[in-house]
Design a protein around this ligand. Structure first.
Ligand code: AMP
Ligand code: ZN
Length: 113
């Protein structure tokens, strides 16, 4: 998607602080962190949001979540704990419509649910 900022980050057209990359996914530090550790994990395929997922994405989503656990260990946040968040749609506050998972850690969060 030519006008998607996360597609541009994957392509290298917009700079980012890369944390992890493989053939399917890309992870980088959020430009406006809301926690001491705030990493975004995104698929290289442009998918707007969770509403657009289908059965063909099962492996991809599993891979994103498993990679999040590996990044958490590499970042040294696994023991203390972390939150993995996906915002889907306007009411959830999604602002970038390329599906992404926020990996948040480094402080104790209030419970939301
Ligand atoms: P959401 O509100 O769930 O759609 O999250 C979008 C996230 O993308 C926000 O936390 C933004 O701070 C982050 N973001 C937007 N542009 C960039 C960028 N160029 N580099 C890194 N993070 C970004
Ligand atoms: Zn995109």
């Amino acid at each position: 998607m030519s006008d998607c900022i996360f597609c541009k980050i994957i392509n290298g057209d917009i700079p980012s602080q890369k944390v992890y990359e493989d053939e399917l996914i890309y992870a980088f530090r959020d430009i406006n962190p809301v926690a001491p550790v705030h990493i975004l994990i995104i698929p290289k395929e442009h998918i707007c949001c969770a509403n657009e997922l289908n059965d063909s994405h099962k492996e991809l989503i599993g891979h994103i979540i498993l990679t999040a656990t590996k990044i958490a260990k590499a970042e040294g946040i696994a023991e203390d704990g972390y939150r993995l968040v996906n915002n889907c749609g306007e009411n959830a506050g999604q602002t970038v419509f390329h599906i992404h998972f926020h990996l948040l850690a480094g402080e104790k969060f209030d419970r939301m649910v």
